[in-house]
Design a protein around this ligand. Sequence first.
Ligand SMILES: Nc1ncnc2c1ncn2[C@@H]1O[C@H](COP(=O)(O)OP(=O)(O)OP(=O)(O)O)[C@@H](O)[C@H]1O
Ligand SMILES: [Mg+2]
Length: 290
Amino acid sequence: MSRSWGGAPARLRGRSRQCGTVDRLLADVRAGRSRVVVVRGEPGIGKTALLGYAGQSAADSRVARAGGVESEMELPFAALHQLCGPMLDRLDRLPGPQRDALAVAFGLDSGGGPDRFLVGLGVLSLLSEVAMDKPLLCLIDDTQWLDQASAQALAFVARRVDAEPAAVIFGTRDLGAEDDLAGLPDLVLGPLSGADSRELLASAIPGRLDERVRDRIVAESGGNPLALLGFRRGWRGTAGGPDRAEFLAADRFASKDDSAAAAAGSPPNRPATHPCSGELQGALASALAP
Ligand SMILES: Nc1ncnc2c1ncn2[C@@H]1O[C@H](COP(=O)(O)OP(=O)(O)OP(=O)(O)O)[C@@H](O)[C@H]1O
Ligand SMILES: [Mg+2]
């Protein structure tokens, strides 16, 4: 994920096709065509990493960022404010009703709840204004935690952004077709292949790892990069860090199946107990014993 020396951003392991999609999207934007894509996938699968790749690859563009925050889900327009806050010096260039609606939404003016349609139009106009100077890339992550007012406005914008050199890339854990972004072009991130998982694991762990143990870790990770890399963090186990087996038991993210998580006593989409078997924990502990 780190930028390679003096060149293009390093591609993500096992994600050449997806990085290629991002490259083409950015090329379109540079050529003046708008693009939207929704990156979907389970926790830890690499959505934020891919958005990061996009941000690094867009050095010649203006990059605007926002993300859903679970604790701000009840605050109307919180995420929209993150995205548009740095652009508000352009507010005066907007048609009066749109300007007024955004001013109320962002607490710059008093008034009741602003007209949501005008807010959507206002954001669209603001992004168009900014994109006139330079291609614009909006990265909006964790949309499953967007406040409803922002989610509506951003979906409205994504469906209408048209002739501007602007792109919007969303990242979401929502896999269903029922969210505000339903129907927009999407890019679903699946598990890494076995070969890519083994390489990622090998790159994360210096030295030799017993093949049998490695294959079990790869199998139990389900090709999820967070699970594979999380294993490394646990293994390095610096002072105060978790015990290896303890880490493995705790740091695998919950299944995307909320009902299963709820049945297990965990809130949806939160870290939960790793289904890692006691047998594997034992094998790991002895394989990695100093
Ligand atoms: N293809 C990859 N190659 C190497 N590392 C990766 C890859 N994909 C993800 N990672 C790393 O795996 C970890 C989890 O990835 P990331 O945070 O992007 O997941 P996510 O899908 O955004 O999860 P969440 O839904 O919890 O936000 C990060 O440390 C990330 O840098
Ligand atoms: Mg993420």
